[in-house]
Design a protein around this ligand. Structure first.
Ligand SMILES: Cc1cc2nc3c(=O)[nH]c(=O)nc-3n(C[C@H](O)[C@H](O)[C@H](O)COP(=O)(O)OP(=O)(O)OC[C@H]3O[C@@H](n4cnc5c(N)ncnc54)[C@H](O)[C@@H]3O)c2cc1C
Length: 374
């Protein structure tokens, strides 16, 4: 989020400094692992779709500025039962916003995608314009884009504290102070530490991801396999990303549970995965994608930063005049980073944005507001 914001601000001709405690595109936060699902028929809520339309445009514009492909639209296949949140949510967003989706009954699903083993009550929904993004490549692209437009990026530079003083914000670093006209905080799992006075709890969780070397490699290649997400009754949904020729990072098909995870302290997270966690992931995949399961080539962890309702929080920091934050991306934010960069640059430079983000404001947690008035 921060890298994209630097690019938008610099390209508007304003002066911007990006301050990162680790190195660029590191593996200590929420944005590593070489793939992030990009989908538009958003089962979480149709209100996200207009933001996704802009996100898609911004990804394509970034691709043409940096001259490389970042968003691979290989399709996403949702396998679920009618009545389930993912099934109904995808169809609601698709019909509300006129997005292309194709429904495949179980028999047709088995015929077109024989690598999946599904029972008769399952339905497939194929969203052809969805796909995935390599986050490390995308972050490097935003930073290159930002620097070409004049941004300064400081790496290995933790922000120790900050405060608004009159007409500027003072930021304390280990070896000095930086004074800026406005501050944007995009500090992921560390947000509650960087902003003391948020008033809403954010819960970082540890999520396990793994790469499987398929017994039948062809069955998991892009072209034959789309990105897939399986929502089985009562269990946590899990998903996989096909292998592709230009793949960086570990070998094999990436798989993960999109579930509750385990609470973690972001300063203690070391990426270690227990053998029983690897076994759980393998056995989930074995049940529905048997040919995909060979040995696990690599497994690690990454952090979700969960808001109380699973929706993002974009707002001004309470009690502040010129400090904004984007947080609580709850395990589904990466695809939006292209539009969030624009939102955050609008807020910091214009104090407002035309993009529809009202439903993500902090005041939805105000107990004096009642009902779902998103
Ligand atoms: C396993 C996993 C799978 C996911 N899958 C998807 C997916 O398929 N699709 C999708 O859209 N999203 C997905 N997400 C969610 C998405 O990756 C995150 O929502 C997104 O990356 C969050 O970005 P961020 O900028 O908020 O956090 P980060 O990328 O973690 O950035 C925060 C940055 O702030 C820096 N920082 C923190 N404190 C300080 C400080 N004091 N001083 C200086 N710098 C500081 C950190 O070092 C870090 O670089 C997934 C997440 C995980 C963990």
């Amino acid at each position: 989020m921060g890298s994209a914001a630097c690019s938008f601000i610099a390209r508007r001709g304003a002066s911007v400094i990006g301050i990162e405690r680790f190195s660029r595109a590191h593996d200590r936060g929420s944005s590593h692992g070489h793939s992030r699902v990009y989908r538009e028929s958003y089962h979480e809520h149709p209100d996200y779709v207009p933001l996704l339309m802009e996100a898609g445009r911004q990804w394509e514009q970034l691709e043409s500025r940096v001259g490389s492909t970042l968003l691979i639209r290989c399709g996403v296949l949702y396998i679920s039962t009618p009545g389930g949140q993912i099934h109904d949510g995808v169809l609601e967003s698709a019909s509300t916003h006129g997005l292309e989706c194709r429904i495949l009954q179980a028999e047709q699903l088995r015929e077109e995608y024989p690598q999946f083993r599904v029972m008769d009550e399952y339905v497939g929904i194929l969203e052809p314009n969805a796909g995935f993004i390599d986050p490390e490549r995308a972050i490097q692209a935003w930073l290159l884009d930002a620097e070409q437009a004049g941004a300064t990026i400081m790496e290995n530079t933790p922000v120790r504290s900050w405060e608004e003083t009159g007409d500027c914000v003072r930021i304390e670093l280990d070896d000095g102070v930086v004074e800026v006209g406005s501050l944007i905080v995009c500090s992921g799992a560390w947000t509650s530490r960087v902003i003391g006075q948020l008033g809403v709890p954010l819960h970082p969780t540890r999520q396990v991801i793994g790469w499987l070397r398929p017994d039948d490699p062809g069955c998991c290649e892009i072209g034959r396999m789309p990105v897939w997400l399986i929502d089985t009754c009562g269990n946590e949904p899990y998903y996989g990303i096909p292998t592709w020729p230009d793949q960086l990072g570990p070998e094999g098909m990436k798989v993960a549970l999109h579930g509750a995870g385990t609470p973690t302290d972001p300063d203690q997270e070391d990426g270690w995965v227990r053998p029983e966690e690897i076994e759980r992931l393998r056995s989930e995949v074995l049940e529905h994608v048997p040919g995909a399961v060979g040995s696990m080539t690599h497994a690690t962890t990454c952090m979700y930063t969960n808001s109380p309702d699973g929706d993002f929080i974009i707002d001004r920091v309470p009690g502040c005049d010129r400090t904004w934050f984007a947080a609580g991306f709850s395990g589904h934010g990466f695809k939006f980073s292209s539009v969030m960069g624009r939102v955050m640059s609008d807020l910091s430079l214009d104090r407002r944005t035309d993009l529809p983000i009202e439903f993500l404001s902090l005041d939805r947690f105000d107990p004096s507001r009642s009902g779902d008035d998103r």
